[in-house]
Design a protein around this ligand. Structure first.
Ligand code: SUG
Length: 448
């Protein structure tokens, strides 16, 4: 049976802004308080989706969340009408209003961890929503994420959904950003590679000194158990704590994998040789041939990797079996990274082509091409069971583009977040969106 890796990209929400909310994420911190352009952000994302669809890849779309999150503000003690809740928060606790307005759900690589049916004990595709416990503004995403994923992958015969792990730091889980799957064909059993930043219970594992390690080993192990993965189909690897302290807050900022290939930076992991050996042995048992492409620090420093987001790229298999790398414009702007990429494609190796996308609005908050997509490997039957409203087509692209032009502002600053009109604009836009994507009622304002 034919199988696909479908990229579901997060549609940027109408409140996209630069809140400086993510300690340890260099871009988020350094662009704090800049004026954002939500319309441009959403259009940049849509253009990437359209380009991949035009290249022949199956592309999906994942809806943004209701922001400002008035219910979250009510949980923190603000009361009255929705407009009063926002007004009180603006007067008494602006950081909480900013957090409740973040459009961070666009980075859907953090929405969930997904295991394809070929890997799981019950032969269904499993999803565990990420608790995103490290940052308050992200920790409020998972209830709506679960509803949206439930509306997209609704058929219980093919899809199993797990609630987010317990909301404590010991089970900090950031989803697919720290999860990669290696396989021969997407529909065949593969090896799922979970990368963690620290252990919550075992002091033998080192931890970063400066910035938080967002993913724990225990969270990754719990997800593997929930999904019914076999020990032979799982490898755990630890991120090098030094790179977390250099701004690598998720593993997808320093490594990316696809098919049988891992593309990574020399400094990305601890015990790299042992880990690569395990990946090779386990994929080998499944008949696969694990291959790795290491980028040496002598050619690209960790700092250049973080600045350019070289590894936050999408590594895609083309029809002829060769690979294509989708990178952000910032890679072309960095002389050393661009030279490396030109050498890489000219070398006749696995990665033959590089395509550049302008995703500046998202990049300024630390979200590159790979952050914006959630990969779901599906066989033909499963693909047919996905809600067809969320699969990108030329008419859907046109409809979504018009929808963005109709509803989005082209400038947003912190002071605009207190405008009660913004809430109404967002709800009107999202209500229309649920009809366009045929999601049913998924937002708090539609349910309560
Ligand atoms: O969680 N930035 C996100 C970026 C997530 C990137 N995702 C992956 N690497 N997969 C984060 O740090 C910044 C929001 C702000 O500052 O306004 C933010 O949440």
């Amino acid at each position: 049976m034919k199988s696909y890796e479908v990229n579901f990209d997060g549609l940027v929400g109408p409140t996209h802004n630069y809140g400086g909310l993510s300690y340890g994420n260099v871009a988020s911190q350094s662009n704090s308080q800049q004026s954002s352009n939500p319309k441009e952000a959403a259009l940049q994302g849509l253009q990437k989706m359209k380009a991949l669809m035009d290249m022949g890849f199956v592309q999906g779309v994942l809806a943004p969340q209701e922001r400002p999150d008035v219910a979250a503000l009510r949980n923190l003690g603000f009361s009255g009408s929705d407009a009063q809740v926002i007004q009180q928060a603006a007067q008494q606790a602006m950081p909480l209003l900013v957090a409740s307005c973040s459009a961070s759900s666009m980075w859907v690589a953090n929405a969930a961890t997904v295991s394809p049916s070929a890997d799981t004990a019950d032969g269904r595709v499993h999803f565990t929503a990420a608790n995103l416990n490290c940052k308050y503004h992200r920790s409020i995403e998972h209830p709506t994420t679960s509803r949206v994923l439930g509306a997209m992958f609704a058929d219980p015969q093919h899809f199993a959904h797990h609630a987010a792990l317990p909301a404590v730091a010991q089970f900090g889980d950031e989803g697919a950003a720290n999860h990669t799957r290696f396989c021969r064909e997407y529909g065949e059993a593969g090896v799922e590679f979970f990368v963690f930043g620290r252990s919550a219970f075992d002091t033998r594992y080192p931890a970063p000194q400066k910035y938080p390690a967002r993913q724990t080993l225990e969270a990754s192990q719990a997800v593997a158990r929930l999904h019914g993965l076999k020990d032979d189909g799982v490898v755990y690897g630890q991120q090098n704590p030094a790179v977390i302290d250099a701004g690598v807050f998720h593993n997808d900022v320093i490594a990316v994998g696809n098919g049988e290939v891992l593309f990574y930076h020399e400094d990305a992991f601890l015990n790299t040789e042992q880990m690569l050996g395990e990946l090779q042995a386990k994929l080998g048992k499944l008949g696969g041939n694990f291959q790795s492409v290491c980028v040496p620090r002598a050619l690209v420093s960790v700092e250049d990797a973080v600045r350019s987001y070289l590894f936050n790229s999408q590594l895609l298999t083309r029809a002829d079996g060769s690979m294509l790398l989708i990178v952000p414009e910032e890679c072309r702007a960095n002389e050393r990274v661009w030279r490396y990429l030109q050498g890489l494609t000219a070398s006749g190796g696995l990665i033959r082509e590089v395509k550049v996308f302008d995703l500046k609005q998202s990049m300024q908050n630390g979200g590159g091409p790979a952050c914006l997509r959630l990969r779901v490997a599906l066989n033909e039957t499963e693909l047919a069971a996905v809600n067809p409203g969320v699969i990108m087509t030329a008419p859907l692209y046109d409809t979504l583009t018009q929808w963005v032009h109709k509803h989005y502002r082209d400038s947003l600053r912190e002071s605009d977040l207190a405008d009660p009109q913004l809430l109404l604009e967002c709800r009107t836009a999202l209500d229309e969106l649920t009809q366009i994507l045929k999601l049913g009622a998924v937002y708090p304002f539609q349910i309560n």
